[in-house]
Design a protein around this ligand. Structure first.
Ligand SMILES: Cc1ncc(COP(=O)(O)O)c(C=O)c1O
Length: 404
């Protein structure tokens, strides 16, 4: 469906392109993104938002454009609600450590969060005495609304924050964020979503979802590595502490006082990754022209293919619902007797297929289930083809038969 776009990606062109199925980690970058980064260094290597010479003006304009386009992509209430960060992890840390907490405040997450949406809360529990609680999912890893409502009721007026992944990187399962937000709001809590795995693959409308914060990861949206973002409602951003203060975060300072800049500048301390921001501008432009529903549909089609080849093979099991429609483009496989890393190396060497192996930064889920070897995760994106996922699945079956 998106075959015609493959030529935009240099690593997919040429005689024998790699089969890249590690998109949940980071996606490939199209030529316009690479060009934007190179153009920054070649033509306008200036500093955005401060100097007023020609180089800087180009960067400032592109930064503003990028912020505006990201705001439109997510339907933010206003452009200045978009904060540039290093990655989704940075964004989630900004929320967790920028808000004020009292001892005993309750924060709810789920039992299948990436470490980026678990460790900051565990750290706050350790350092500030918040009460972090985990909502257990259903056996197939789908969200358990009954458990969630019960946890909210038990927390009562101590419930201050619900922070959940929109789509899980472990299994591709989506969380019913809109319904969750409604329940959380009825209890007076804030809602933060980890959008690292949703924003590249589906239309995300922060107003419609009724949430307060969203972290996202630009390197999973065809943009440069080391780029991410935070969206937050303006009145919350205005009242939130910056976890990185310094240059650009204040309007003025004296030896004994300061005047904070309004968001987003308050959170963007120090010189930025301007090449990354210009690359982000190109990535958002590229993504915004595509039909996100069609991307999702394409990924599900590829996942259905992988799943149909793998689902009844002895010695392996797929994490999450067995129906690929509920797992987007992610097929994460537990191998009974074989080390996932060994198989990942073999897949690359024997068939040129790149996948992820290990615990995917969701150690807590694997530890709770006593699964020591982690899983092998294939994650598809718009440029992948049916032939590629077939090659992956058939080579995996051969490897399991040979090694298992
Ligand atoms: C669900 C989820 N949350 C957070 C992250 C962390 O993203 P980043 O690398 O942008 O910090 C990832 C990265 O894989 C992820 O999949």
């Amino acid at each position: 469906m998106f075959n015609h776009l493959r030529d935009d990606f240099p690593t997919l062109s040429g005689e024998d392109p790699a089969v890249y199925l590690d998109n949940a980690c980071m996606t490939l970058r199209p030529q316009p993104v690479i060009d934007a980064i190179r153009t920054y260094y070649e033509q306008s290597p200036g500093c955005g938002g401060r100097s007023v010479h020609r180089y800087a003006n180009v960067v400032s304009r592109r930064m503003a454009n990028c912020r505006k386009n990201l705001g439109e992509l997510f339907n933010a209430y206003q452009t200045n609600e978009i904060v540039f960060t290093k990655n989704a992890t940075h964004s989630l840390n900004q929320v967790a450590k920028g808000l004020s907490w009292n001892k005993g405040d309750i924060v709810l997450t789920t039992d299948r969060e990436h470490n980026s949406n678990l460790v900051p809360w565990l750290q706050l529990e350790e350092e500030q005495g918040i009460d972090h609680r985990v909502v257990a999912s259903n056996d197939d890893n789908t969200f358990n609304m009954e458990n969630f409502e019960k946890a909210c009721a038990e927390a009562g007026n101590k419930l201050k924050m619900v922070s959940v992944s929109h789509v899980g990187n472990l299994d591709g399962v989506a969380t019913p964020v809109k319904e969750i937000a409604k329940v959380a709001k009825d209890h007076g809590a804030l809602v933060c979503i980890d959008g690292a795995q949703s924003t590249p693959h589906m239309k995300v409308d922060v107003q419609d979802l009724g949430i307060d914060f969203m972290a996202f990861s630009i390197h999973k949206m065809m943009g440069p590595s080391g780029m991410g973002g935070l969206w937050g409602r303006m009145e919350l951003l205005e009242n939130m502490r910056s976890i990185q203060s310094g240059g650009s975060t204040v309007d003025t300072s004296n030896y004994d006082s300061l005047k904070w800049s309004p968001p987003p500048a308050k959170f963007e301390g120090g010189l930025g990754n301007y090449a990354g921001i210009l690359g982000t501008d190109a990535a958002v432009d590229y993504l915004a022209k595509l039909d996100l529903d069609a991307i999702h549909e394409h990924e599900v089609k590829l996942n259905t293919k992988m799943t149909s080849i793998l689902k009844d093979v002895d010695g392996l099991s797929i994490i999450g619902p067995q129906d690929a429609k509920q797992r987007g483009g992610i097929c994460s496989i537990i191998l009974e007797n074989i080390d996932a890393h060994d198989v990942a190396i073999l897949l690359d060497e024997a068939a040129g297929v790149m996948v992820r192996s290990g615990m995917h930064c969701v150690h807590s889920w694997f530890n709770a289930k006593g699964i020591e070897r982690g899983s092998l995760r294939a994650s598809a994106y718009l440029y992948n083809t049916e032939d590629e996922v077939k090659l992956f699945a058939e080579t995996l079956v051969e490897a399991v038969e040979a090694l298992g």
